[in-house]
Design a protein around this ligand. Structure first.
Ligand code: URA
Length: 211
């Protein structure tokens, strides 16, 4: 099965699994290049995402599109998804049981796309990879997560509310671009000089940032 077919299968299972929380809302599955090198992961769809059944199409999504453009890429070059695939009422934060129920689908989506770099948007998706992470401390840092690089980023919705957060997010996108450009070099360095720090047991992220 190709990547596109695997993703279509995951989507179909999400459509059919009536036991999932928030089942009454529209399904908002990931979209983009199934072979993308960079995967962006947000928390849950909002009003416009639910309406259009596409991730990141509201104001935060427009900002995300601009930031992707500023690193010389197009939205269609990356893959964009959320942990929770249906909108929580009134855009409230997802409940722990909602995160837990949708996580296995995200895990399969990541496995299918198999990106080199995972860029998380906001604390909920950062905590999926790095449960002890603190967004203000760790955003813009670069970590290994298994064979992938993890770059936690502020959520673009937070950047819409604060110019200083926007400035940090713009800087972190430049870092993301630099990391993507030297990914193969970083893998080589890692093989030659294996990191001595223990791998965090929970989700296997290495807690010491690379930069
Ligand atoms: N916020 C998210 O976390 N995801 C979306 O798809 C839109 C807004």
């Amino acid at each position: 099965m190709g990547k596109g077919e695997i993703l279509a299968e995951i989507k179909k299972e999400l459509e059919e699994n009536k036991s999932l929380p928030l089942f009454g809302a529209n399904l908002v599955f990931g979209e983009g290049d199934p072979s993308a090198e960079i995967m962006f992961i947000g928390e849950a769809p909002g009003f416009y995402e639910d309406r259009d059944q596409r991730p990141f199409v509201g104001r935060a999504g427009k900002l995300l599109d601009r930031l992707i453009g500023e690193i010389g890429m197009k939205r269609g070059d990356v893959y964009i998804t959320n942990i929770v695939k249906r909108r929580p009422p009134e855009n409230r934060d997802p409940f722990p049981e909602e995160l837990k129920s949708y996580k296995p689908y995200l895990a399969r989506e990541i496995e299918a796309v198999n990106p080199k770099i995972v860029a998380t948007l906001g604390r909920f998706s950062m905590n999926y990879f790095y449960p002890e992470g603190k967004i203000s401390r760790d955003q813009g840092r670069v970590f290994w997560w298994n064979d992938k690089i993890l770059v936690p980023l502020y959520h673009p919705a937070a950047a819409l509310r604060s110019t200083s957060v926007l400035g940090e997010l713009e800087k972190s996108f430049q870092k993301l671009k630099a990391v993507a450009a030297k990914f193969d070099e970083l893998v080589k360095e890692r093989k030659e000089k294996p990191v001595a720090e223990p791998v965090a047991p929970a989700e296997k992220s290495e807690q010491k940032p690379l930069f």
